[in-house]
Design a binder for this molecule. Structure first.
Ligand code: CMX
Length: 472
């Protein structure tokens, strides 16, 4: 059985694990906690690595020479769509069904991952455990991740100063990328590499960097928000609450339980979307040069900041508000929406939040957010517009033969939810996407190094070379 597929939670603690456990929960914090006793994530990964390495070895030996499919000239000219050329184990995207995290659909993880509130949303700590181990965590394991992240959250003063000195009109995504590049000074992988660490042990310091990055992101991201849009005052990490509550507190929305639940859902569903999307592939590619997790994630986030990828998050709300302003109404009719979509298309622009390179149905991440809206804010006028768009936009886009997927993607919904709870500054939305995406792409990066994946170097061709290949 694939050790990282669906499986039972729970594991034995061997000698290595005890050492690692002691290092993390003993030396680092000076005391063993109840949650640590439930098992720590790093020791779990250490347990899994030998089997997974063996599995890759066998895969190579057995199927190494098999073809994964042809590469056509269309593919080379068309953004490499459909070329199967990368291994990404943390999630898999099906064109019809959408994303599965380690084999589990969004609906399944909503049922199976431990929740913070009874009947509530799953948590980023839970999805992290699942992405890194392939196994569903129990409550104590989730708690151990929360405690570990909280203990690593502090951000060095020089990084705070860099953010405080940024011009207020420097885009929040550029500030996030800048902060990660600056934090790179703290990289334990870069240091270990410099000290000559054995390649079999790369994963250990990549794991430590991963946990440190994830832990520090709320303080970094909240500082950007508070500096650019509020009074510049940032609170402190509360060691006794979970990641999403801390993040919401730091942003200034922590008193609203529903916003905190939205954060939990948001951070879970945006985390991973297999390996070919720009942010995931970039992180993986840059990491393959043994650039550390800080540099790799910063590169991935620069890709997420593009309007055809994560920035569509902000563009959707901008598009809706511009439509409302143009029409002078709060809730446009379906006919008015159709007209506005046609106007957008005829002016040579994309309708943000619709379409996808792989998906051919409504994105289940969209559906999960729609269910949240129906449960908590069904009378919000902007939600009604999003709902009306869901009914009419696919039909209009479907009239254009070239558009392969007319259905809404994840970005069509998130802005309306955030705005409902008062987070109205849409230029900030992609930062939230970035914090979540870090959970997925860094989980895979740990495994990239654990499995010894090599530096990436696909072959490129000139137009002339392609012509010569086929013209005879
Ligand atoms: N509005 C207008 N035109 C669209 C469109 C949309 N929503 N979606 C696709 N098209 C157009 C493309 O621009 C392309 O036109 P050209 O041939 O003139 O260049 C044509 O239809 C074919 O595109 P496709 O094969 O259907 O889609 P791609 O794989 O090339 O692009 C995506 C996918 C997401 C970039 C595209 O659908 C798009 O631009 N959507 C709007 C932006 C958006 O919502 N992005 C977020 C995606 C999710 C995420 O990564 O966060």
């Amino acid at each position: 059985m694939n050790v990282l597929g669906k499986g039972k939670s729970g594991f034995g603690v061997n000698k290595l694990n005890k050492d690692v456990l002691g290092k993390i929960f003993g030396a680092q914090r000076g005391k063993a906690t109840e949650a640590a006793a439930a098992g720590c994530l790093k020791s779990k990964i250490a347990d899994l690595i030998p089997t997974k390495r063996e599995e890759i070895k066998q895969l190579k030996a057995e199927f190494g020479s098999k073809s994964l499919g042809d590469t056509t000239v269309d593919m080379a000219l068309g953004g490499m769509r459909g070329i199967k050329g990368m291994v990404w184990d943390t999630s898999l995207l099906d064109a019809e069904e959408g994303i599965r995290f380690r084999g589990y659909s969004i609906e399944e993880i909503q049922k199976l991952l431990p929740t913070h509130v009874e009947g509530g949303e799953p948590t980023p700590e839970g999805i992290l455990w699942l992405l890194l181990t392939g196994e569903l965590p129990n409550k104590a394991q989730v708690k151990s991740v929360t405690e570990d992240l909280n203990s690593r959250a502090a951000v060095p003063e020089y990084v705070e100063e860099i953010l405080d000195r940024c011009p207020r009109d420097l885009h929040p995504m550029s500030q996030l990328s800048l902060a990660l590049n600056a934090l790179q000074r703290e990289s334990l992988f870069a240091k270990a590499y410099n000290d000559g660490v054995n390649k079999n042990l790369y994963w250990e310091s990549v794991y430590e960097d991963t946990m440190n990055v994830l832990a520090k992101l709320p303080l970094v991201a909240a500082r950007i928000y508070r500096n650019v849009f509020k009074d510049g005052v940032v609170g402190k990490i509360d060691q006794n609450v979970d990641y999403s509550q801390n993040f919401a507190n730091l942003l200034g929305f922590g008193d609203n339980e529903k916003f905190v639940e939205l954060m939990r859902l948001y951070l879970v569903i945006h985390s991973d979307h297999e390996g070919g999307n720009v942010s995931a592939h970039t992180t993986h590619l840059v990491g393959s040069a043994l650039s550390d997790p800080y540099l790799s994630l910063a590169a991935g986030l620069n890709g997420l900041a593009g309007p055809l990828h994560g920035l569509a998050n902000q563009e959707v709300l901008r598009w809706i508000l511009a439509m409302n302003a143009d029409l002078g109404v709060e809730t446009p009719t379906k006919d008015q929406i159709v007209e506005y979509v046609r106007k957008t298309l005829s002016s040579g622009r994309v309708v943000p939040g619709f379409g996808h390179a792989v998906l051919r149905k409504t994105d289940p991440r969209y559906t999960a957010q729609r269910h949240f809206a129906l449960k908590h804010l069904k009378d919000d006028p902007l939600f009604m517009t999003v709902s009306n768009m869901f009914e009419v936009v696919p039909k209009v886009l479907g009239e254009q033969a070239k558009i392969k997927n007319p259905w809404p993607n994840v970005d069509a919904h998130s802005g309306v939810l955030l705005r409902h709870y008062g987070l109205v500054e849409q230029d900030y939305y992609t930062v939230l996407f970035g914090v979540s995406r870090a959970f997925g792409v860094l989980s895979q990066l740990v495994w990239d190094r654990a499995l010894g994946f090599p530096i990436e170097r696909p072959k490129s061709l000139t137009v002339d070379a392609i012509r010569k290949m086929f013209s005879k």
